[in-house]
Design a protein around this ligand. Sequence first.
Ligand code: GUN
Ligand code: ZN
Length: 427
Amino acid sequence: MGETLLLGQTLAFTGDPFAEGPDAARHDPYGAVLIRDGKIAATGTADTLRRAYPGAWITDHGDALILPGFIDAHAHYPQTAIIASWGKRLIDWLNSYTFPEEMRFADPAYAAKTAKRYFDLTLAHGTTTMASYCTIHPDSVDAFFAEAKARNLRVLAGKTCMDRDTAPEGLRDSAQSAYDDSKALLNRWHGQGRLSYVITPRFSPTSTPAQLSALGALWAEHPDCLMQTHLSEQSDEIAWVKSLYPDARDYLDTYEAHGLLGPNAVFGHAIHLEPREIVRLSETGAALIHCPTSNSFIGSGLFDMTLAQVVRVGLASDTGGGSSFSMLRTMAAAYEIAQLRGNALHPAQLLWLATTGSAKALNLQDKIGTLAPGMEADLITLNLASTPAIAQRKARAKDIWEAVFPTIMMGDDRAVTQTYIAGQPLK
Ligand code: GUN
Ligand code: ZN
């Protein structure tokens, strides 16, 4: 047998709520999800599935909401210990907090300890997949993937590459070593179980053109891999890129000129884009990742969510530039930033961004991010009345969207009552 039937409220996207509106979702107040061999085998109403699978082991989650696990499409696990560090904007924040912390990952034991803590925290917050930057140290990648493998997680990560003297001594590789180390790590981890290697130049200001070209060459040898980096996060950063790459048409061009643009490219932030950059991103099929708590915390700016009409957009915490591990808090920040631009995102759009949208941005939509047969059973259950403040608001709700919105705006890890990894409950 080996079948488990989860009962609860279910919410499944049948389309893209940015294109089709909130009707692109199906809500079952008495829903069910059948799990077999670590995957979703069926979804439907509780009545129908109970009748169809009488031998299944039943786990009843009451009126908790069963959702796909959250997908954090851009994070830096090595910044776990410096999250919420005070008072700096991007470049000073990197120099004051981030780089000194990333130097500590020269010690593999510290990397292993941080990877454990990072997964404990993210799983408790209902995040089941993340695309993480590591540090320049290959051991930091091994630590991340080894821990993810032990927990059977679907994760993506890569060695962060930096070879310019803009990065501090002790956190620099070279064009050749970045190529060699990334290639060795890719061969060791990519496609092993549910692990994916991501080619990861940190951003143009900390790489020489030679390094960007070397990583472009590696990507050309492994075009099925994702390539992740940062793009147009802060105005000072953009001016810096202009001074370091005087011949580039714009920031995106510094990547494109070195073979780092295409349908498997994933760009974090992308707040201050030029019209030409938007056209090229759309033409080439690259994805953008919105990191709203980071963009307000570091003071970067207001991402334009209407870009979702022309490019794939995923959602991310950007731990530790972002100020929370919670994708609920991240959705709340996305809502607030869109409000500041005159656009009220619907709860369907927010939940879609944190699940299917992020899966699509990472080209994993056939594996995770949707409550549908054939998908891997990485699932969470949300208590929609997890605190007194949320409960009293939810008590007034007239439909599922009103019921879930207070949890999106005010919820945190207390709302996540269970997390399933490939069908196995963590608690
Ligand atoms: N740009 C280059 N590196 C980083 C980083 O670690 N965090 C953020 N938010 N932006 C970056
Ligand atoms: Zn980042």
